[in-house]
Design a protein around this ligand. Structure first.
Ligand code: NAD
Length: 968
């Protein structure tokens, strides 16, 4: 049975000896507090059971004796939970005001000052942001009077010049003052954050308290600094001296930020404090930047961070007229260095202060106090359960390979080495476990193919460039897009107008509307062009695609602006659409080189080879929702394999289609190999499908049209090309299961993002969320409340998170399903349509709870922002519900049960399964995409096999035995 020594004494030792189990153990600790006692033992077994022999005796014993349902299991569960909570308590100063005041008193007794930080769940709703603010307001009001009555200690209550220092000091996270701190929309964030932040500043001023702004992920850094400067530079607060902000030495930007902040503080006319820390999110900053292909913002080696800390210390002290440094670290060398520098510069004692975390590095704190230094303890407070993430961070810090604490305490590194200046180690650096692991997991795909990185909209320059590109495309709108057959523009009697879904009074393009006769001409031209194109070496065809990728890249923002205008895509989605088109070009270029390399299968006395050859004229019919990526993906796959292509874009997005066509021609596709036929599906599309001389049809679109195409293609496979091959990518009714141990802080934003991103108009969008009964009510309430942060508005407005629907018909369909939802279930959220939506085709997003499996809302694809919530009694039922439609496209699971995750891999019948992340945004090569059953014919776009659909394979055998002898 685990006793009080369970974690404290064994943990460090255990993690050091078994780094591979450390992650499992911490994941168990992370989930433990939300589990009912009956589920604890099962989780313990799932996380650690497989490593029984490596476990410390008490845990091994628990595993051996505990059956999840038995009494021993329950006792184990309670003991484990008690121990974890006790451990959390070591790092958390109190759960209520009384405990907190007690802790402050105790710390002051040890001559330690305090800064208080409210722990909590991630803030997902406006109400939660209000609660976070209120927590600070009452903290300031309740603690200030009590603490002010405690006896004065000049060491912590007086500054270097004997002026009083606030006794109450709080640390605030700006991200907790708004449900959506998205740096793409700084003005919107400011509107939400500033009033709540100002309320805290006012209460602090009234209580004579100090407010320190914490720093979090890199993505939010510039915005956090901007908000801090905006508020504290305003007339109302510019004289306030009792304020500070955090800078993180692990960021490469930090020295620049210090210099900028100092200039600002000088202009402001009153200094601000800067807490210099090392930084708490090294692993995630590294992994996320690598995942996104962005420059990694943090130093990659620990000694570089330490060195940056020392340079930043010096810089802060150089700007001591504007910045007041607070050095926060547990590294003796870093702090000693800062203190020595301060003395060297002749600054008065206690001009700088030192900070350390509650429950850690106590000898260091005492030593500093002994030296007459002011030490402030960063003390988190609040509920222990939401505080688990904080606990896991502390445990990680204590057990990480290169943490000072661990090297000092556990490994007993020589004092001289620990205190020497940071420099590159002579031996190879100790690998940072998690980041290394994630790198190793990236399988090399087709010789180092790398995805085109998406734009980083937290950068002001990128946002400005998008705005400018959109304005310029607006000026160009109204273009004419002819049909193009064999390089000649073809006019048609009818025209199709595309309009902006954000403002339907704006015409984007007038395109030709090709008819059956045009289709016939184009097929004839494609047949004529076939020989030349199939005879072009694959290397040349591949290079054409790579040139196309470059051209897409060169016009990336302009093209994204066309998608924003014509398809109603918000910035991020529009940018991702163009980037994916580039990925398809580059990936299929590589894949074709592989595929067309002859495959030799020699046997004794014979030379065997399998060769691939194009199938013939290929029809590409694409939808409007990825007007670049899907059209370019299907077209380039067919082209690079040597097929001439008849390209039919969706009638809603001819301008985007025309750009793809022109760009491919510019990249070098000959006129005979690519023909552009904008027009209506039932006219030109149907004729292309049925024409006896088309060999392959690549279609992406709705299920109804896909089925029709499959039937018509079979019926018309009478020409010399033989039986037509039909490649279908169709719709989905995608579900995310939310298990009862899921991390809702993560699941809720991911569900909303998957359901409402691009107004639900992605084939991969989440349209059902299946929630386990035990957490169902709490989940639905928080989901509905959180959805309020999703504002509907024009696609080009970064303040809008839900854009328009593609056309009026879609709006009517969405509204019809919303009515069905009201009939069959309970509408728990219906978004508002603001004044900016008056000119476009908008529908309010809707969440319907209690949807029964029999409802059309549980089976039919809506293709809009309508989310059905379904209740499942247990995980078996959840899997059954998820698999209970005729689609099989995408799906997801949020769970912290390894056993359920494993089952999902086996049992959830979808083409793309996502575990503990959103279910949209598949990347070429990394997540080859496509569904089966009624979602598609099963080959993955952006995967190794995709090109096989566009070729025939021919095997040639030559007898090499002649007259009794064979060559070597
Ligand atoms: P849609 O089926 O209405 O149209 C798709 C294309 O088919 C258009 O170009 C259209 O003109 C053409 N078409 C229509 N009738 C035709 C006919 N009789 N013969 C030949 N062509 C015809 O689909 P949409 O509204 O453009 O797109 C939305 C649908 O696409 C959704 O169902 C979505 O799930 C699906 N989709 C699937 C994927 C995937 O990868 N699985 C990706 C994107 C979209």
């Amino acid at each position: 049975m685990p006793d009080a020594a369970f974690f404290d004494e064994l943990l460090l030792d255990f993690c050091m000896r078994h780094p591979h189990l450390k992650a499992e153990l911490f994941r168990f600790i992370d989930v433990l507090p939300v589990l009912p006692p009956s589920d604890v033992t099962a989780h313990l077994l799932e996380y650690l059971g497989g490593a029984r022999d490596d476990l410390p005796a008490p845990i091994r014993f628990s595993i051996d004796v505990a059956s999840p349902s038995g009494n021993v299991g329950k006792i184990v569960a309670r003991a484990a939970r008690r121990n974890v909570l006790r451990m959390a308590r070591r790092f958390i100063a109190g759960t209520n005001a009384r405990e907190l005041i007690g802790a402050i008193g105790a710390l002051r007794g040890r001559r330690l000052a305090v800064t208080l930080d409210a722990l909590g769940e991630a803030v997902l709703t406006g109400r939660e942001a209000d609660l976070y603010r209120d927590q600070y307001l009452s903290l300031l009001r309740e603690t200030a009077p009590v603490v002010s009555r405690l006896s004065l200690d000049p060491l912590i209550d007086r500054d270097h010049d004997d002026s009083p220092l606030p006794r109450v000091n709080v640390s605030v996270k700006l991200s907790a003052l708004t449900p959506l701190l998205d740096p793409i929309d700084p003005d919107g964030v400011a509107r939400d954050v500033v009033p709540r932040f100002a309320a805290i500043l006012d209460a602090a001023a009234e209580a004579g308290a100090f407010v320190h702004v914490d720093m979090e992920q890199y993505e939010k850094k510039d915005l956090t600094l901007a908000l801090f400067e905006e508020v504290l530079g305003s007339a109302r607060y510019r004289k306030t001296r009792n304020v500070g902000i955090v800078l993180q030495a692990y960021l490469r930007d930090t020295e620049r930020d210090i210099a900028r902040l100092a200039e600002w503080a000088r202009r402001r006319g009153a200094p601000v404090w800067v807490r210099l820390v090392k930084g708490a999110y090294w692993d995630s900053e590294t992994v996320l930047a690598r995942q996104r292909g962005w420059p990694v913002p943090v130093w990659q080696e620990k000694w570089q961070t330490d060195a940056c800390y020392e340079r930043s210390s010096a810089l802060l002290l150089d700007h001591s007229d504007a910045l007041r440094p607070a050095f926060a670290s547990h590294n003796v060398r870093s702090l000693a260095h800062a203190l020595a520098l301060a003395r060297e510069r002749g600054l008065p004692e206690r001009f700088v202060e030192f900070q350390a975390l509650y429950g850690m590095a106590d000898p260091l704190k005492e030593a500093l106090v002994g030296l007459g230094q002011r030490v402030r303890v960063y003390a988190p407070f609040g509920e222990l359960i939401p505080g688990m993430a904080y606990l896991v961070r502390r445990l990680l810090e204590n057990t990480s390979n290169d943490s000072f604490v661990r090297r000092e305490v556990v490994e007993g590194d020589a004092r001289g080495e620990l205190l020497s200046p940071p420099r590159a180690p002579e031996k190879a650096p100790i690998p940072r476990e998690n980041a290394m692991k994630s790198q190793q997991n990236v399988a090399p795909s087709l010789d180092g193919f790398e995805n085109e990185p998406l734009e980083d909209f937290s950068k002001a320059g990128v946002r400005d460039a998008y705005r400018a590109a959109y304005d310029s495309v607006l000026r160009d709108s109204g273009i004419h897009c002819p049909a193009v057959i064999a390089g000649r523009d073809v006019e048609t009697p009818e025209r199709i107008q595309s309009v902006s879904p954000s403002d339907t009074s704006r015409t984007v393009a007038a395109s030709a509307s090709a008819r059956a006769a045009d289709a016939d001409l184009a097929v004839q031209a494609a047949r004529a062009g076939f020989a030349e194109w199939r005879g072009t070496p694959v290397e040349e065809r591949a290079r054409v695609l790579e040139r196309a990728a470059e051209l897409f890249g060169a016009r990336r923002r302009e093209l994204a602006a066309w998608a924003c205008l014509e398809a109603g895509k918000p910035w991020r989605d529009a940018d991702a659409d163009v980037a994916e088109a580039m990925d398809f070009c580059r990936y299929y270029a590589r894949a074709a080189r592989d595929l067309f390399a002859p495959e030799r299968l020699d046997g004794p006395g014979e030379a065997n080879v399998t060769l691939h050859a194009p199938r013939g004229p290929t029809v590409v019919i694409s939808p409007w929702n990825f007007p670049f990526a899907i059209l370019a993906g299907m077209t380039t796959a067919a082209l690079v394999t040597g097929n001439p292509v008849l390209m039919k874009p969706a009638e809603q997005t001819p301008a985007c289609g025309y750009h793809v066509f022109r760009l491919l021609r510019e990249a070098g596709v000959p006129a005979g190999a690519l023909h552009f036929l904008p027009g209506l599906g039932e006219d030109v599309g149907a004729r292309l499908v049925e024409h006896p001389d088309t060999a392959t049809i690549a279609f992406t679109g709705s299920r109804a049209v896909g089925h029709l195409i499959a039937r018509r293609a079979a019926e018309t496979s009478t020409g010399p090309a033989g039986i037509k091959r039909v490649v279908l990518e169709m719709g989905g009714k995608n579900a995310i299961i939310v298990d009862d141990d899921a991390d809702l802080d993560e699941a809720i934003p991911a569900v909303l993002g998957s359901a409402f991103g691009y107004a639900g108009q992605k084939c991969s969008a989440c349209s059902r969320v299946i929630v386990l009964s035990r957490i169902y009510d709490a989940f639905v309430a928080r989901l509905a409340e959180s959805a309020k942060a999703w504002v509907t508005g024009p696609a080009h407005d970064p303040a809008a998170s839900v854009g328009p629907l593609i056309d009026r018909e879609s709006v009517d369909r969405v509204n019809r399903y919303a009515e069905i939802g009201a009939r069959d279930g309970k509408v728990v959220f219906r978004g508002a349509l603001g004044p900016t939506t008056a000119r476009g085709t908008f529908a309010a997003p809707v969440i319907v709870a209690d949807v029964p499996p029999s409802s059309p809302l549980a089976e039919e694809e809506v293709f809009g922002p309508v989310l059905a919530v379904m209740r499942a009694a247990n995980i078996d039922e959840a899997f059954a519900l998820a698999n209970g439609t005729s689609y099989a496209l995408t799906g997801g699971l949020y769970s912290r049960s390894p056993a359920h995750i494993e089952r999902a891999r086996r049992e959830l019948d979808v083409g793309n399964l996502y575990i503990n992340r959103k279910i949209t945004g598949a990347l070429v090569a990394r997540q080859p995409f496509g569904g089966h059953r009624h979602s598609g014919t099963g080959m993955k776009a952006g995967g190794r096999d995709y090109l096989l659909q566009f070729v025939v394979a021919r095997t040639v055998t030559e007898n090499t035995l002649r007259r009794g002898f064979a060559p070597d």
